[in-house]
Design a protein around this ligand. Structure first.
Ligand code: PCA
Length: 194
């Protein structure tokens, strides 16, 4: 059986819940060929990556999938790329607010995801759940996290990607959203498509 480390974030930006961790929690412990290890992580620059990389070093997973909330998006958006840039329009959960700093000083400008995001996206969309490939994970903690992971596991057998998910109905009245169960189903389909 292969090993998958899958993470979701704690709430941030004044929200009471984060659909990313709520959806990860709903997933079965085994999906397809993968046994899942689930981890809730803080919305803090640097710290989130440190926690995930430490856990991954310990369990040596075949794949790492990090999930985060992208409020305002209409569908499930696997991320194709991570950039070496931190710019926060709101402080993280420890009050850090970088303005145009690198994630990794002297690191590559960008890394591509090493899991098959296009195939994962197509599988989700074929099931009828809105999904499209995203070409920017932003410049906040989510991008920082996946940049660090792709940097750390460059040229190794540990493959990784990031998946952004929309709000759930409990968080908003007027912004795009998807039911939590639908988000969890989409993650399950994405994992099966690896
Ligand atoms: N979304 C934020 C950080 C935590 C989360 O769930 C982001 O997109 O950077």
């Amino acid at each position: 059986m292969k090993k998958l480390l899958i993470t979701g974030f704690e709430p941030f930006g004044g929200e009471k819940i984060n659909p990313s961790w709520e959806a990860v929690k709903l997933l079965p412990d085994i999906i397809g060929d993968f046994e899942l290890t689930k981890l809730e992580i803080p919305v803090v620059f640097g710290k989130a990556a440190e926690i995930v990389i430490t856990k991954a070093e310990e369990m040596e997973p075949d794949a790492v999938i990090c999930v985060g909330q992208a409020g305002g998006r209409t569908g499930i958006t696997p991320e194709m790329v991570a950039v070496n840039l931190r710019f926060a329009s709101i402080p993280d959960n420890e009050g850090i607010r970088p303005k145009d700093e690198p994630c990794v000083p002297d690191g590559e400008n960008a890394y591509f995801s090493t899991l098959p995001v296009r195939k994962m996206t197509a599988a989700i969309a074929e099931s009828g759940i809105p999904s499209s490939v995203s070409y920017s994970a932003g410049t906040y903690v989510c991008n920082d996290l996946i940049y660090h992971i792709l940097h750390h596991f460059k040229n190794t057998e540990t493959k990784a990607c990031f998946i952004h998910v929309p709000f759930i109905p409990q968080q908003t009245e007027d912004k795009p959203n998807l039911p939590l169960e639908t988000i969890a189903k989409a993650l399950e389909i994405a994992i099966k498509a690896i």
